[in-house]
Unconditional design. Structure first.
Length: 94
């Protein structure tokens, strides 16, 4: 079995003291959105790839770990709805 882990990283803005979790994995973001985590911002690079920013917390860390360890369980229709929401954010840039 082969797994592909997309780049995720933490953004530290020293001036504002703001710490965000940043990822380009829209499936992960859709799952986190379904669990109630808010997308603070999106940023599109010159290649058109979108980065999603979510405020860091212990609850977020636990949810991300649950996702990668395949323990997260979501309702399929709600997940589909959140995938559409996140995809709209990717193309709208809001």
């Amino acid at each position: 079995m082969v797994f592909s882990i997309k780049k995720t990283y933490m953004n530290n803005d020293e001036d504002s003291g703001h710490r965000s979790f940043v990822t380009r994995d829209w499936i992960l973001v859709s799952s986190l959105s379904l669990l109630g985590f808010c997308i603070e911002a999106t940023e599109k690079d010159q290649d058109g790839r979108v980065a999603f920013y979510i405020q860091r917390s212990e609850e977020l860390e636990a949810a991300i770990q649950s996702f990668w360890m395949r323990r997260m369980r979501v309702e399929p229709q709600e997940f589909s709805r959140h995938m559409k929401f996140v995809k709209a954010r990717m193309y709208d840039g809001n």
